[in-house]
Design a protein around this ligand. Structure first.
Ligand code: ATP
Ligand code: MG
Length: 721
């Protein structure tokens, strides 16, 4: 047995954590200190040395990408396939449990997982049937409320009515929503977690089985577990002291979604025999990046407190770029990435991280324009696109006729003459008789109250689904998907759409067939699920990271949230502006502001070699133009770690529209150095520099009131004074 591979590449503290006898353990350490590495090596150690079988391992991580990576690394270390190990996200593992024990979990075996988009639609419809006014009861708020209750383990029946009208109404919606989901066999993401907890809590035999099966339970990013997640971890390890968690209080970034940093304290209380190990050496980033990140996070109060150090050299200074608007920002970042690639860097080693998904579009456009392959994680992911969801809805309905969300989605998509009135009638019947929409449609047909045309249309729809299900029976998964794509009428629908848009949708549908073909179906899946159901669950659960062909060399785009745990050689942390990052909602709330600061810490510590911070002086986002101030986080980094960079330095050859400064000075038309100008917002100032040409022409002005700013001439509307 060769264990050197497992422990050789570890420092003393890491080795201590990896080789400790089975017991409760908390590895608490800052970013890049090897927590995930410890977890992986710990699993390998247990299998190799402690004789734990692959089935005896449970490991929970936060993203599918992280889970895949973990599996790969264990396989690497042990040279054995790791597919029988339970390594996954909380949602993925909960889903597995529920599939295997649907009956005990009080779910129909054909239950379907709905993602948050589906959930929102269901809630919207529900509010409608309950006659709630959308403007007073924004569906998103209701959704947020319901999920927050579930994250705390609270069902509608647990809530005691107070005299408060709002509370009473919200409870009514929650109750109706629960009923509707139960009736339709629909399970939202929060429900996955809550149901899995109830399953273990209320079925001693199931709990006994898993307690015995899992010799050790491992959790990465423990600081971001919520109440219900921690509750089921506790059930699984109750009285056995075999919970091994790694985390970093400074990287807790999901408080807004119910994560409880307190779980770290609770752990220490609930597992009195636990051991705490701290790791202090960072192996990821240069000295400069690490020190700057340490400085930022030091502004938060109430930290558990740890200081990271590194053996790596100081490395480059952090680059700060001030863009005049969001397009300029994107242009700069993409040019830098191209320079990086030109110098031999891998595209996949470069990441653009942003606070909000909506920021990605500008970067995507510039990357596309320059023919640079890229991949967006999260955001409007493949399985979230309308055309894909439509096709999936057909498949889901074939598999489970009671799936109301899918029924509603495609009953008249493409249009088949089933009017709003008929759909309303179906809803009413479903509500009055507490049956599914599918069953209600049959009732409606039998009532013979509709026109012959409407009746035929509705019968046609039901028959279509039945026929598809029957024809698909003997087919391979991808043939099933292909059959649906060809027969459900979506292709014809999109063919009618204006050129590009429709074409892209059809291509996406083809890509869905492809995704089904490549779908890695685990024949021996312990849940005994059919391939189609597995595929549908996969589509709902995937957080978008597997649309990515992991082997492609692509520039990586994602929110800072989804970059947690990852690392890249070059990181661009963009949109460093007040109101965007920190976000507008957080600036007046200390707790939320501290969470934003932790997010900033997470973002910066993703960088191994080079870190770029950028902000724009004017930004058009969500259709509004704003002139934000630079983010306070920029001020929190000591100046000695930062160098301001300018566009010219980024371009090694004059292939772009930006001309050298001296050249543009002469062509700048009506503006001269030292000239007095006036701007609608910033008031009066003096021109300091001009550069670029045409639409890219920009001007630096020293304003009397707000100081030096770069503006884009085309948008600045300057007046000569
Ligand atoms: P995060 O908090 O961001 O999740 P982490 O603490 O989980 O970070 P890892 O991702 O495990 O850190 O490790 C960071 C990097 O340091 C990885 O590239 C890892 O391979 C490397 N590393 C960790 N420990 C060592 C070590 N002892 N020797 C060499 N490299 C190491
Ligand atoms: Mg990690």
């Amino acid at each position: 047995m060769d264990i050197t591979k497992i422990i050789d590449s570890l420092n003393d503290a890491q080795r201590q954590a990896v080789t400790a006898p089975s017991q409760a353990m908390l590895v608490l350490a800052g970013a890049g200190s090897g927590k995930t590495r410890v977890l992986v090596h710990r699993i390998a150690w247990q299998m190799q040395v402690e004789g734990v079988s692959a089935q005896g391992i449970l490991a929970v991580t936060f993203t599918n990408k992280a889970a895949r990576e973990m599996r790969g690394r264990i396989e690497d270390l042990l040279q054995v396939p790791a597919h029988t190990m339970w390594i996954g996200t909380f949602h993925g593992i909960a889903h597995r449990l529920l599939r295997r024990h649907a009956i005990q979990a009080k779910l129909p075996e054909t239950f379907q997982v709905m993602d948050s988009g589906d959930q929102l639609r269901v809630i919207k419809r529900l509010l409608n049937t309950l006659n709630f006014d959308d403007s007073k009861w924004p569906p998103r708020e209701v959704q947020w409320h319901i999920n927050a209750q579930k994250d705390e383990g609270i069902r509608a029946r647990h809530t005691v009515e107070t005299g408060d009208l709002h509370q009473r109404q919200m409870l009514r919606v929650y109750r109706a929503y629960e009923e509707l989901c139960d009736r339709s066999g629909l399970v939202d993401f929060a429900e996955l977690l809550l149901r899995a907890h109830e399953l273990l809590r209320d079925n001693q035999d199931v709990l006994d089985f898993y307690q015995q099966r899992f010799r050790q339970v491992h959790v990465d990013e423990f600081q971001d577990t919520n109440t219900i997640q921690y509750a089921w971890l506790r059930l699984l390890t109750d009285g056995r002291d075999n919970l091994f968690v790694v985390g970093d209080d400074d990287q807790s970034i999901y408080g807004w979604r119910g994560a409880k940093i307190e779980n770290i304290y609770n752990f220490q209380k609930h597992y009195p025999n636990h051991q705490v190990i701290k790791l202090e050496q960072n192996y990821r980033s240069t000295g400069t990046i690490l020190k700057a990140a340490n400085k930022i996070i030091a502004n938060n109060a109430g930290r558990m407190g740890k200081e990271l150090w590194t053996n790596a050299g100081e490395g480059d200074l952090i680059s700060l770029y001030t863009a005049f608007n969001e397009q300029d920002e994107a242009y700069f970042v993409v040019e830098r990435i191209r320079a990086w690639i030109k110098e031999g860097g891998l595209r996949s080693d470069a990441a653009i991280l942003y606070r909000s998904n909506a920021q990605s579009r500008q970067f995507e456009e510039k990357l596309m324009a320059t023919g640079t392959p890229y991949r967006v994680y999260g955001g409007l992911r493949f399985f979230d696109r309308a055309e894909i969801k439509n096709a999936l809805a057909y498949l889901r309905l074939m598999s489970n006729r009671n799936d109301d969300a899918s029924f509603e989605r495609v009953i008249n998509t493409p249009t088949r003459g089933i009017g709003a009135k008929a759909i309303d009638d179906i809803r009413c019947i479903a509500r009055d008789q507490s049956i599914s929409l599918w069953a209600a449609a049959i009732v409606l047909i039998n009532q013979r109250t509709m026109t012959a045309r409407a009746t035929n249309a509705l019968i046609g729809f039901l028959e279509l689904i039945k026929a598809l299900a029957k024809d698909a029976e003997e087919l391979e998964l991808y043939e099933k998907v292909k059959l649906v794509v060809e027969k459900c009428g979506l292709v014809e629908l999109y063919q009618k759409e204006k050129m590009d848009k429709g074409e892209e949708k059809i291509e996406n549908l083809e890509e869905l067939v492809n995704a089904a073909r490549l779908f890695d179906f685990d024949q021996d899946n312990e849940e005994n699920l059919g391939e189609l159901d597995m595929f549908l669950a996969h589509a709902a659960l995937e957080s978008g990271d597997s649309q990515a062909d992991d082997f492609d060399d692509c520039v990586q785009l994602m929110t800072i949230h989804s970059a947690k745990g990852l690392e890249f050689k070059v990181v661009f942390l963009v949109g460093m502006e007040e109101g965007l990052f920190p976000s507008q909602q957080s600036v007046d709330d200390v707790a939320r502001l501290e969470e934003e600061r932790r997010l900033c810490y997470v973002g910066m510590t993703r960088a191994m070699q080079q870190l770029y911070l950028t902000y724009a002086e004017s930004r058009r986002l969500y259709g509004r133009e704003s002139y934000p101030r630079p983010s306070r986080f920029l001020r929190e980094i000591p100046a000695e770690f930062i160098q301001e960079v300018r566009m010219r330095a980024t371009i090694s050859r004059p292939v772009t529209a930006v001309k050298p400064k001296s050249a543009s000075l002469q062509t700048a038309g009506s503006y001269k150095l030292g000239q007095g100008v006036s701007h609608a917002k910033f008031g009066e100032g003096v021109v300091l520099q001009l550069e670029g040409s045409g639409a890219q022409e920009r001007v630096q002005i020293n304003f009397k009131q707000v100081g030096v700013k770069w503006l884009m001439l085309a948008y600045a509307n300057l007046e000569v004074v």
